[in-house]
Design a binder for this molecule. Structure first.
Ligand code: ATP
Length: 234
C-alpha cells in the first residue's frame, strides 16, 4: 500500500468577502516531497497557502495534516503542528537586528540553532548586528526562511522565494532547499519562476483562476514544457 500523504487539501473554496477566489482545490504533499504551485499573478497561489495556514478563515473544505483535520484550528495551533509559512512580504522587523529577528520564534527540539543558521549563510553572520532594514531583499528572504527552521517544521510553505532576487542568491536559496529536502522536510513552493520550480519540485500543480487545472510530475516536465510556459505567460 502507498504511504499516506503528509498534507491533504480537499475541495478547498476560499473567499474575500463576496469574491470567491478558490474553487474546489484538491492537492496533497507526500512526506519529504517538494511540490510547486505555479500560475500567473492572481491565480490564487498565496490564497491557497493562507487557507492551509488558517490565516484566511473564510474557506470551506478540509485541510488535514498527518491524518489530523486542521481546518477548524486557529493558525497558531496549525503552525504548532509543524507547518511553517514564509510569506511573500518577508516580515523582517527593521528595528531588530538580524540575530534578534532570527531568535524571534520559539526554539523547538530538533529546530535550527542560531549558530547553524548563521553558519548556513555567512553573510548573515557578518551582518548579525545590523538592523533588519539594512539587509538586501535576498538576505531578508534567507533570514525569513532560516527563522522558521528554528521551530523544526515538517512542512515549509514558501511564497515566491526567488522573486526579485539576483541569480546568485536564487542559486543559494535553491541549494539550501535541496539540503532541507535531503533532511526529509516537505515543501510547498509557490513560484512564477519555472526554472527555479522545476529544479526543485517533484510535482507541480497549475492554478488558473482559483482552479487546479493540471498536475505535472518532474519526469514529465521536459515533454510538457510548452504547456507549462503557456500557463505562466500573460
Ligand atoms: P500573486 O502572485 O499576485 O500573489 P496569487 O496567485 O498568489 O498571485 P492570490 O494573491 O492568491 O493570487 O489572489 C487570488 C485572487 O484573490 C486575486 O484575484 C486577488 O486579486 C484576490 N485577492 C487577494 N487578496 C485579496 C484581499 N485581501 N482582498 C480581496 N481580494 C484579494
Amino acid at each position: 500500500s502507498s504511504p499516506a500523504p503528509l498534507l491533504r487539501v480537499q475541495n478547498l473554496n476560499a473567499y474575500y468577502g463576496q469574491s470567491h477566489v478558490l474553487h474546489g482545490v484538491n492537492l496533497h504533499v507526500m512526506p519529504g516531497e517538494v511540490v510547486s504551485l505555479i500560475g500567473r499573478n492572481g491565480a490564487g497561489k498565496t490564497t491557497t497557502l493562507k487557507s492551509i495556514m488558517g490565516v484566511l478563515r473564510s474557506r470551506t473544505g478540509t485541510v488535514s495534516f498527518a491524518g489530523e483535520d486542521l481546518t477548524r484550528l486557529p493558525s497558531n495551533r496549525i503552525a504548532a503542528r509543524g507547518l511553517a509559512w514564509v510569506p511573500e512580504e518577508r516580515a523582517i522587523l527593521s528595528s531588530l537586528t538580524v540575530r534578534e529577528n532570527l531568535e524571534l520564534p520559539p526554539a523547538r527540539p530538533g529546530g535550527w540553532s542560531t549558530e547553524r543558521a548563521l553558519e548556513a549563510f555567512p553573510v548573515l553572520r557578518e551582518r548579525s548586528h545590523y538592523p533588519g532594514s539594512k539587509l538586501s531583499g535576498g538576505e531578508q528572504q534567507m533570514l525569513a526562511t532560516l527563522r522558521v527552521l528554528r521551530s523544526a517544521p515538517k512542512l515549509l510553505l514558501l511564497d515566491e522565494p526567488s522573486e526579485g532576487l539576483a541569480p546568485v542568491i536564487v542559486q543559494r536559496i535553491g541549494d539550501m532547499l535541496q539540503d532541507l529536502r535531503r533532511e526529509g522536510l516537505a515543501v510547498i513552493l509557490v513560484e512564477q519562476n519555472l526554472k527555479f520550480a522545476t529544479r526543485l519540485a517533484d510535482r507541480h500543480y497549475v492554478l488558473v483562476d482559483g482552479h487546479v487545472v493540471d498536475e505535472v510530475r518532474a519526469d514529465e516536465v521536459e515533454a510538457r514544457r510548452s504547456d507549462l510556459l503557456g500557463y505562466l505567460s500573460v
